[in-house]
Design a protein around this ligand. Structure first.
Ligand code: 5BU
Length: 264
């Protein structure tokens, strides 16, 4: 695709959402398209990962509701580390309710996600009201939203027409929606009309899957063959004996695939 062959920085001008522009530029500046999925259950481990891996990532992805010992010092500390290491925070919340409800879930409750997460995501299943509801909270705070166009897991129902309708929903909301969680750039068979960012989970260089339906592909398959922009890596990094060494490996693999993709 023509967008995928351009550098991240060159693509920044084509985005309406400020956060997307920030992310694209930071990836080239730091030479990384790696995001860590920090799925640990204690705040000490979470913050340690953010500080240790911060230099090698563009996005720190959280599931804040799996922390056993969450308190409001966590987002504060994460925000400080995001500034220290120049990365964005992505709460992988996967909102999936009507607009009015997700608005409250995004803004309020224990986690107050909108107040600290630069990026969050939503399933398009309820219809476009989910985007409008989240947008009312997120846009004034200069946040960005990703829609789940596809999933990495075996048997996912998010495919085909569902994914293409997700693309259309995003295209109608480009001020807030700047991309997707997906496995490949869409559409597959025609030129893209507008540019979006694709962040892709289900990445490992060592495993092909887990016992619960996860399916893995390599950084090359994701970035080079499928035209995605950010590789999201969890257990393959934080589960390794030396997470920093492993993060460097994935940073390098993802970056080399990007360089190959954009080489003229
Ligand atoms: P892993 O340890 O690399 O398998 O972790 C993958 C992470 O990405 C985990 O936080 C999931 O919740 C997340 N994920 C995913 O694996 N597949 C998807 O399609 C989506 C999110 Br959406």
């Amino acid at each position: 695709s023509s967008f995928a062959s351009q550098t991240y920085t060159a693509r920044a001008a084509g985005f309406a959402n400020d956060l997307a522009v920030q992310l694209l530029k930071l990836m080239d500046r730091k030479k990384t398209n790696l995001s860590i999925a920090a799925d640990v259950t204690s705040k000490a481990e979470l913050l340690q990962l953010a500080d240790l891996l911060g230099p090698y990532i563009c996005v720190f992805k959280t599931h804040i509701d799996i922390l056993d010992d969450y308190d409001s010092s966590v987002p504060e500390a994460l925000t400080a580390l995001a500034e220290k290491h120049d990365f964005l925070i992505f709460e992988d919340r996967k909102f999936a309710d009507i607009g009015s409800t997700v608005k409250a879930q995004y803004q309020s409750g224990v986690y107050k996600i909108a107040s600290w997460a630069h990026i969050t995501n939503a399933h398009p299943i309820p219809g476009e009201g989910i985007v409008h509801g989240l947008k009312e909270v997120g846009l004034p705070l200069k946040r960005g939203l990703l829609l789940l166009a596809e999933m990495s897991s075996k048997g996912t129902l998010a495919q085909g027409k569902y994914s293409m309708d997700t693309l259309a929903m995003a295209a109608r909301n480009r001020d807030f929606v700047f991309g997707f969680i997906g496995q490949r750039r869409l559409p597959l068979d025609e030129p893209e009309k507008e540019d979006f960012l694709y962040l892709t989970p289900g990445v490992s260089m060592a495993q092909s899957g887990d016992s619960l339906g996860q399916q893995y592909r390599s950084p090359e398959q994701v970035v080079l063959e499928s035209g995605c922009d950010v590789i999201i890596v969890g257990r393959a990094i934080y589960g390794a004996a030396d997470p920093v060494a492993e993060a460097k490996k994935y940073q390098e693999a993802g970056w080399n695939a990007y360089l190959q993709r954009t080489r003229r």
